[in-house]
Ligand binder design. Structure first.
Ligand SMILES: Nc1nc2c(ncn2[C@@H]2O[C@H](COP(=O)(O)OP(=O)(O)OP(=O)(O)O)[C@@H](O)[C@H]2O)c(=O)[nH]1
Length: 331
């Protein structure tokens, strides 16, 4: 076990707290108009930051009387097959009675699983409507924050019928709500509506959300100073160093990109940048960006899930966020 005390608080830097653009507002207005047409909402979130990539604005889109909602966590491949973190997340969902899946969107087996779930919801809808299918087909709205994997999922669903939605590692690739795209076996009448990623406006966001979103790629990487992003990454990594029964060997596996030897942790970002600098003339920003770009498995990006707060309640967290959103929307 390491003898090291991580930081339990991150400084409040003056950074932009939102990346909310005109096309996102337009998308929200379009969702309102489409409300009577769709039956199921597939809400995608990034498994590495389940709280930060949960968008309360999308709760306003779902009308529980008419719509079903299935939460799909993408990037399941970022975590090992079993993990206490994933068990905890499952318990929180049980607490909220919210149905969810964890998938690697790029994998055919995951897509087949989602298609089977959609068929199940379609059947449920038919049962509730005296065995009748909706005349214009069963419509599924695929939504979520920017860059969580919506287009990747839709392209995989389309399978052999061709790539239709643009994907990319930067946030904001999809800019408009698409017409419905038919998916699944022919004749079952399931249509998918691709949508642009919708973030949170400044009044519903804060610096910790923004930093987690920047690390997930849900906002443009250049929006927040790379030095601050790197410091935040270090803060999160240190919170995930081995404690209690974990061994250094286990941590080396999950924190394989720890800057320097994991046996010599540090809270000092300047020291980290010096450890990673390839030549004395390389700037702090360029070292930080290089480190931020490294792929990083098994790292949780929401500090609430790492801090020692046994009384954390997902229900309370969600209710507070919804209350705040309703207050802001009324103004
Ligand atoms: N490892 C991994 N990468 C994924 C997964 N899903 C999506 N990606 C990657 O994440 C990046 C963003 O995916 P997109 O499908 O473009 O995301 P989007 O939500 O459509 O993005 P916007 O158009 O900005 O709203 C791409 O580089 C994908 O390859 C996943 O489950 N696992």
């Amino acid at each position: 076990m390491l003898k090291f005390l991580p930081r339990f608080e991150f400084p409040r830097y003056n950074i932009p707290v939102a990346d909310f653009k005109g096309h996102q507002l337009k998308a929200l207005r379009r969702f309102e108009k489409l409300k009577p047409q769709f039956h199921l909402v597939l809400e995608l979130r990034d498994l590495r930051a389940p709280l930060s990539t949960r968008n309360v604005l999308l709760d306003q889109v779902v009308d529980k009387r008419h719509h079903e909602r299935l939460v799909v966590y993408t990037r399941r491949d970022s975590f090992p097959a079993t993990s206490p973190y994933l068990d905890r997340l499952s318990q929180w969902h049980a607490e909220l009675e919210e149905k969810f899946l964890m998938v690697d969107c790029r994998h055919r087996s995951a897509i087949n699983h989602i298609l089977r779930c959609i068929d199940w919801y379609h059947e449920l809808h038919r049962e509730k409507n005296y065995g009748l299918s909706p005349p214009l087909g069963f419509k599924v709205l695929v939504t979520g924050m920017p860059n969580v994997g919506k287009s990747t999922l839709i392209n995989s669903m389309r399978g052999s019928s061709g790539k239709v939605a643009r994907t990319g590692s930067e946030a904001g690739v999809t800019r408009s709500t698409s017409e419905s795209i038919k998916v699944g076996s022919s004749g079952n009448g399931v249509y998918i509506i691709d949508t642009p990623g919708v973030g949170l406006p400044a009044r519903l966001s804060d610096s910790s959300r923004m930093l987690a979103l920047a690390l997930c790629g849900c906002v443009k990487r250049t929006l927040v100073d790379p030095w601050i992003q790197a410091d935040y990454l270090l803060y999160l990594m240190n919170l995930q160093l081995p404690y209690g029964t974990d061994t250094v060997k286990q941590a080396e596996k999950t924190l394989s990109t720890y800057p320097g030897a994991i046996q010599h942790p540090t809270n000092d970002i300047e020291e980290v940048l010096n450890r990673l600098r390839r030549n004395p003339r390389e700037s702090d920003a360029s070292v930080a960006l290089r480190w931020l770009d490294e792929s990083r498995s098994g790292l949780v990006l929401d500090p609430e899930l790492l801090l020692p707060c046994a009384d954390f309640s997902m229900r309370q967290h969600v209710e507070q966020a919804l209350k705040r959103a309703r207050k802001v929307m009324r103004k």
